[in-house]
Design a protein around this ligand. Structure first.
Ligand SMILES: *[C@@H]1O[C@H](CO)[C@@H](O)[C@H](O)[C@H]1NC(C)=O
Length: 467
């Protein structure tokens, strides 16, 4: 920091805003809030005008299908959902349960200007709901990971969480990688400049890309450009993301978007990053006006933000097979890795208690990932559903074992903070997939750092083979 900026900061009294992650994450996903997955809330979805069917591409069972069907009412219907599914009562529940972080799944359409309205159909207005929720989370001191969960062009086939259920997967193309980088530039800028985003500590590039790496061409290069885009915005904001970082000082301008525009036309950044910054400028300019945050976006203070660098986040290397790229190769500055583990879909452990307990208690993912540079790691999605009908007693053990093992990493985010309670939802969904309900039933302890039995894994640990 130059003497000039230092003096200015002192004069204007800027505070050091600490936006880091908790030392140990005890968190939940805010699933089905700004990205609806109808399976978690079928009664509400049907009452909104949606449908439930076995193959989600065959009925109105995604945000895309709903928005295409109801162009005139979709925004109002979704606004009501955003207000009711996650609000102050839910923030109070998080605090009551001792949680310190949330992961927020988002679609690319939260940045509305990225949507090609001729062929793409999604609700509008989500950004305002996001700001409302972030403001409440900030007051509660809860850290946030913004998770790019549904990517432009659709990044995985026939999944409600991708926003559109289709086999026409177009994310892995230059056009859609570019749109995802623009999203990244906008979200990074907002994270550092919009006061509502103050507890945002991390952005995840892509949730659950296709597992077969041969079907995700360009993903490794995109990962590198994702990190470079985050760091480019931070460079322009003088946010230091690594030791020996050189300050960027544009004293000619006091306006962040003007600086971003100017610098994106120089050779400071690589072409994909420069193009993303260029296209992010008009979006930020109009968001500044729409959200009435002109002072934070254009103001003098924006160039002297005392924020910690964002933690860039990717699915861990173990998520993919078939010669995947290593996300560790993309790291510049703080980065973390995200592992997901679901037992109920099969392919993990045989459908009985013993096999499930043995598997979780001997899990070595943290170590195998660390050996490939994928550390720190957190478990960004998990729940209590096993592959069989579970007793209450088993769910308590299974909860303990998962928390003990995931607790050895940077921490965890349970999926999900809530699940609808209704006549049409299978009873097992809230019972094994809703954090609040699992605490209420006593499977999960009220204190997330505690367990019922710290020795729950003892009988299942496979002894190390003597050398
Ligand atoms: C800041 O620059 C943008 C262009 O990037 C412009 O639209 C805006 O009016 C400027 N605002 C101020 C306050 O100078």
């Amino acid at each position: 920091m130059s003497l000039f900026t230092l003096t200015l900061s002192l004069l204007l009294g800027f505070q050091f805003v600490h936006a880091g992650l908790p030392a140990k994450i005890y968190g939940v996903n805010l699933g089905s809030w700004l990205l609806i997955e109808p399976w978690m809330m079928p009664a509400e979805w049907i009452s909104m005008g949606g449908e439930i069917c076995n193959d989600c591409s065959k009925c109105i069972q995604s945000e895309y299908a709903f928005s295409e069907k109801y162009p005139d009412t979709v925004d109002a219907k979704f606004a009501k959902h955003w207000d009711t599914w996650f609000n102050q009562a839910d923030v109070d529940d998080l605090l009551e349960n001792g949680l310190n972080a949330v992961r927020i799944p988002l679609g690319y359409w939260i940045v509305e200007a990225l949507v090609d309205r001729k062929t793409e159909f999604y609700p509008r207005g989500g950004i305002k709901a996001l700001r409302r929720g972030l403001t409440q989370l900030k007051k509660a001191g809860i850290s946030v990971v913004l998770d790019h969960h549904a990517l432009p062009g659709v990044h995985t086939p026939n999944q409600m969480f991708a926003g559109r259920c289709t086999t026409d997967v177009q994310f892995y193309t230059d056009y859609n990688f570019h749109r995802a980088l623009v999203w990244t530039a906008v979200m990074t800028a907002l994270s550092h400049l919009d006061p509502a985003f103050e507890t945002v500590a991390s952005i995840q590039a892509v949730n659950e890309q296709i597992m077969d790496a041969s079907k995700t061409p360009g993903y490794g290069e995109f990962s590198k450009n994702f990190v470079k885009t985050v760091r480019a915005v931070e460079t322009l904001l003088n946010i230091h993301y690594k030791r020996g970082h050189r300050s960027f000082d544009d004293r000619a301008s006091s306006n962040f978007t003007a600086t971003m525009e100017k610098m994106s036309r120089t050779s400071t950044f690589s072409l994909p990053v420069a193009k993303a910054l260029q296209d992010a400028v008009p979006i930020l300019v109009s968001l500044a006006v729409e959200l009435k945050i002109q002072t934070s976006i254009f103001g003098l203070s924006s160039l002297f933000r005392k924020r910690e660098a964002l933690v860039t986040n990717f699915m861990d290397i173990g998520w993919q097979h078939n010669n995947p790229s290593n996300p560790a190769d993309a790291a510049i500055g703080p980065q973390a890795y995200d592992s997901h583990l679901y037992y109920n879909f099969g392919g993990v452990a045989a459908p009985n208690e013993e096999a499930h307990m043995r598997h979780i208690c001997n899990l070595n993912r943290i170590e195998t990932n660390a050996a490939l540079g994928n550390t720190p790691l957190w478990f960004g999605e998990w729940w209590l559903a096993p592959m069989f009908e579970a007793s209450d007693e088993f769910l308590r053990k299974f909860a303990d074992a998962q928390k003990l093992v995931y607790g050895r990493s940077k921490g965890w985010f349970f999926w999900n903070f809530k699940i609808e309670q209704s006549d049409v939802i299978p009873a097992d969904y809230p019972r094994t997939r809703s954090y609040t309900e699992c605490v209420r039933r006593g499977y999960l302890t009220k204190n997330p750092a505690a367990v019922h039995d710290p020795h729950v894994c003892d009988p299942y640990i496979t002894p190390a083979v003597p050398a």
